[in-house]
Ligand binder design. Structure first.
Ligand SMILES: C[S@@+](CC[C@H](N)C(=O)[O-])C[C@H]1O[C@@H](n2cnc3c(N)ncnc32)[C@H](O)[C@@H]1O
Length: 201
């Protein structure tokens, strides 16, 4: 299964609620770090943009943003709230080549079925320009589970992730762990990682 329909339906059913909940109190330091690393007027892909708060912040910082998400409800919210022209497409159908200086994937990759993640990471790598960077956050650990809302979570192990990123054409990633609260109200360990497209990929 290239994507989890149930997870997307849950976001569709709660899109207005998720849009309110995900509004950042202040810009995330991780996002500011990516913005600092990008060339002026560069191009960014928000991969799983949700309600578009981060895509809008990236655009305000002077970048050209392409925002995609598989939930039609959240894409509607993103476009209603920010007018960012977000596109409804699932990750497995996304296919752009050499277009972006940066890819921002904030808490979207943990919903990709485990067996499909390597192919999705390759797609992200292909979408980057030479020396482009991926910044992503997802849930840490080894389990595959559904949360109390029914969303699929494929946690990623800090030791296995560098290997998977390497196979997808990325250089050695920088990884940090921090805990945070999710939309379902539970606290979990999160992985924040950044990796550059390798010159030979
Ligand atoms: C936890 S939300 C994060 C949204 C946003 N990046 C944020 O930080 O608020 C996860 C997002 O990933 C999207 N998503 C999950 N699986 C997807 C898939 N296979 N293809 C496209 N979007 C997907 C969901 O629709 C949802 O908007």
């Amino acid at each position: 299964m290239p994507f989890d329909q149930q997870t997307l339906e849950i976001y569709n059913g709660r899109s207005a609620e998720y849009a309110k909940w995900s509004k950042p109190v202040q810009p995330s330091k991780f996002l500011l770090r990516m913005i600092d690393m990008l060339p002026p007027n560069g191009t960014v892909l928000d991969f799983g943009c949700g309600a578009g708060w981060d895509a809008a912040a990236i655009r305000r910082a002077g970048f050209s943003v392409t925002a995609i998400d598989g939930s039609s409800g959240l894409v509607e919210e993103a476009n209603r709230l920010h007018g960012i022209g977000a596109i409804c497409i699932t990750f497995d159908r996304f296919d752009m080549i050499g277009a972006f200086d940066g890819v921002w994937a904030s808490f979207s990759l943990q919903h990709v079925p485990r067996e499909s993640l390597p192919a999705v990471l390759k797609k992200i790598n292909r979408a980057l320009k030479p020396r482009g960077v991926l910044f992503a956050a997802m849930h840490a650990g080894k389990v595959t589970r559904r949360d109390s809302l029914g969303r699929l979570y494929c946690h990623q192990d800090m030791k296995e992730l560098p290997y998977m990123l390497g196979k997808a054409g990325f250089s050695k990633p920088k990884i940090q762990i921090a805990s945070g609260k999710g939309f379902d109200g539970t606290v979990a360990e999160h992985l924040y990682f950044e990796a550059a497209k390798r010159y030979d990929s």
